[in-house]
Design a protein around this ligand. Structure first.
Ligand code: PEP
Length: 250
């Protein structure tokens, strides 16, 4: 059995004070929950506050983004080592909003994933098709390309330390969750690409999360799918009650 990962992507919401308040309310709600990993990705400046607020808990904190260089003249960027130094142990890589608004490519995704791994962070690498690609029936083609360029270049040892999130862009923040069947089919495709490159054993250990308009009332259907190894939750993770219900459904 793969241990599920329930992750919260807070995007550009919550300052440090709001981050502390969230955990004051959230920690008791998931007290005793041990069946899955819980990871929260706050904005970068709130990572130390989040780490402090979760010190006595199994909750782990991650960076939403990082740059691949170790240091240098890259105004506005943060290295993987710096994220680690701030207390992050996980990193999101290649989120669709990074790809869409900040023009991140699959090649960038590979470099960022390698940098995160070198710093000892666990990357969740995001893939998923755009609405027009979905409508044109190109989901498989897009996932194959994103895997080939953004992930297949990892070594076997590196691949063993990542998780993948399938996040169809038409489902993110739209209320249009993928059905469990659609999500499961995409996960199978990713798994089969991964098997071709990394072999059966590596793929049996690979955790693939689904993300896109997950809410407490649709999480159960998704979690029934054996192909779905967890959730990456945006909007519904901002509220402690709602995210705790999602975590408990894992
Ligand atoms: C996300 O940002 O990764 C996400 C899945 O957002 P939402 O849950 O709001 O669709």
């Amino acid at each position: 059995m793969r241990r599920r990962i329930m992750a919260a992507n807070w995007k550009m919401y919550k300052n440090a004070k709001q981050t502390a308040t969230f955990f004051e309310q959230f920690n008791p709600l998931i007290d005793g929950v041990a069946h899955c990993e819980v990871v929260v990705f706050p904005v970068a400046v709130s990572i130390p506050t989040a780490v402090e607020a979760t010190r006595e808990t199994p909750i782990r904190i991650g960076a939403q983004n990082l740059f691949w260089a170790k240091e240098g003249a890259y105004t506005g960027e943060m290295s993987a080592d710096m994220a680690r130094d701030a207390g992050a142990t996980w990193a999101l890589v290649g989120h669709s909003e990074r790809r869409q608004y900040f023009h991140e490519t699959d090649t960038d995704v590979l470099k960022k994933t390698q940098a995160a791994l070198s710093a000892g962070l666990t990357p969740i690498v995001c893939v998923g098709e755009r609405p027009e690609e979905h409508k044109a029936g190109k989901t498989d083609e897009v996932l194959v390309r994103q895997f080939a360029v953004g992930i297949a270049g990892l070594t076997e040892e590196q691949f063993a330390r990542i998780a993948i999130a399938y996040e169809p862009i038409w489902a993110i923040g739209t209320g249009n969750t993928a059905t469990p069947e659609i999500a499961s089919q995409a996960h199978k495709l990713i798994r089969s690409e991964a098997q071709k490159r990394f072999g059966r054993e590596a793929v049996e250990r690979l955790r693939i999360l689904y993300g896109g308009s997950i809410k407490p009332d649709n999480i159960q259907g998704l979690m029934k799918e054996p192909e779905i190894d967890g959730a990456l939750v945006g909007g519904a993770s901002l509220d402690p009650q709602s995210f705790s219900k999602i975590v408990k459904a894992a």
